[in-house]
Design a protein around this ligand. Structure first.
Ligand code: FES
Length: 167
């Protein structure tokens, strides 16, 4: 009888410990993958428009996103994936944004290419003040729904995603 009580006690301790370990693992995973937003949403002074080249992408951590351009228009993208919120990195070899979590892919201006994301990457509004691009991280608008891409820039090389992502 005593041994039965002891086994039940040890079984409970084991389950409780397993639960705590699982919760800690889940929290750590979420904490690593979730994209941080700037500590205080609002205007962020970035770079001069000349520093944003026609086909280049600049990562600006203070605005949690990227700057690029189409002709004279500056495009400011939030790096948060519209699917489940992972940070979407720029892939230099393919020249597209590729989400490592579930394989959503976006072109240089954040338009949807494939994957589970419901839309393209979200945009910040921008202004230019005294020769500097100011990005308002409190003013976010949804990316466009999947459809035609406005730029004709196919992938330039191998993707950064592993072969299992996006499948
Ligand atoms: S969070 Fe990016 S594809 Fe799921």
């Amino acid at each position: 009888m005593e041994s039965y009580g002891r086994r039940r006690f040890l079984s409970r301790v084991w389950r409780w410990t397993a639960g705590v370990v699982a919760a800690a693992g889940a929290w750590t995973t979420w904490d690593v993958l979730r994209p941080g937003r700037s500590a205080s949403a609002g205007p962020v002074r970035t770079v001069s428009p000349e520093q944003v080249t026609q086909t280049g992408v600049l990562e600006i951590s203070e605005m949690s996103g990227y700057l690029t351009r189409v002709d004279d228009e500056i495009v400011a993208l939030w790096w948060r994936c519209p699917h489940l919120g992972c940070k979407v990195p720029w892939c230099e070899s393919s020249s597209q944004f590729e989400c490592p979590c579930h394989g959503s892919v976006f072109n240089r201006v954040g338009e949807y290419r494939r994957g589970p994301s419901p839309r393209g990457m979200d945009h910040y509004s921008t202004t230019t003040e005294n020769g500097v691009i100011v990005v308002d991280t409190a003013a976010v608008s949804d990316g466009d729904p999947p459809g035609e891409e406005s730029i004709d820039e196919p992938p330039t090389g191998p993707e950064c995603l592993g072969s299992e992502a996006g499948s």
